[in-house]
Design a protein around this ligand. Structure first.
Ligand code: ATP
Length: 223
């Protein structure tokens, strides 16, 4: 039988503008619960038609590097930032599936807010065919899907135990019982622009980086 403690590789996509304890602590708890030994952070490019991040791609990547330094659970894959255009998650995971081979269990980690909109994602069925989805709880977002049809779709894919994620390569959705962290990057950016403290919300090295690079300051018009 496969070694459950090391068989499932997981990726965590996000804008990470900036990375915060809501990302890090939720995933650390998920890793314990689902027996993940490695989580790869996958910062994404933002499509030009969407509001642009406050920090550049390089700065978002460097903040992730600082946040995970010395923590063997995490590593970084900056492949999406190296492309000149934004990538669909389904395409990146298809590439990772090719690299890992057909039998390796792969996971993509999201928060509950992302699960609620998942069926609007580009080729979400193809994404689920490539990997499992591991969902962290997030305060302020309902546990029920928006429609009965979405809920039926979710029920059809649910993993009832984390071990199922290690026993097949893809296709399951696991709702983890992670603690609730009421933290969002939007709130952090707003607090920083108002010069409010953020010490409990993100790692000190990331906060120091933000101050050194004068990120998330109010625009001159708003001062
Ligand atoms: P923003 O406020 O700018 O939308 P965010 O805080 O949601 O940012 P993202 O980088 O967009 O951060 O999120 C990446 C992933 O992390 C998403 O799947 C999101 O659901 C998840 N996530 C973010 N914050 C939390 C949190 N506090 N608890 C659980 N999951 C979270």
């Amino acid at each position: 039988m496969a070694d459950l403690a090391s068989s499932l590789q997981a990726w965590y996509g996000g804008t990470f503008d900036p990375i915060h304890y809501g990302h890090l602590r939720a995933v650390e708890a998920l890793a314990k619960e689902a027996k993940l030994t490695q989580v790869t952070m996958l910062p994404n490019n933002v499509p030009p038609h969407r509001p642009q991040p406050g920090a550049s791609s390089v700065q978002r990547k460097e903040m992730v590097e600082l946040a995970i330094a010395g923590n063997p659970l995490f590593r970084l894959d900056s492949r999406e930032l190296q492309r000149s255009t934004p990538s669909w998650t389904s395409e990146t995971m298809a590439q990772l599936r090719q690299e890992a081979g057909p039998d390796a269990p792969l996971g993509f980690i999201i928060g509950q807010d992302s699960l609620l909109t998942l069926r609007t994602w580009h080729r979400y069925e193809a994404l689920l065919a490539c990997c499992h989805l591991l969902v962290c709880r997030r305060p302020g977002y309902p546990v029920e899907m928006k429609t009965e049809e979405d809920q039926r779709w979710l029920s059809a894919h649910l993993a009832h135990h984390a071990d199922e994620l290690h026993q097949q390569p893809a296709g399951k959705i696991y709702l983890a019982d992670t603690p609730l962290y009421p933290i969002s990057a939007t709130d952090i950016r707003t607090r920083l622009a108002r010069r409010q403290p953020c010490d409990d919300l993100l790692p000190p090295a990331v906060l120091d980086y933000i101050h050194r690079h004068a990120l998330y300051r109010p625009s001159p018009a708003a001062r």
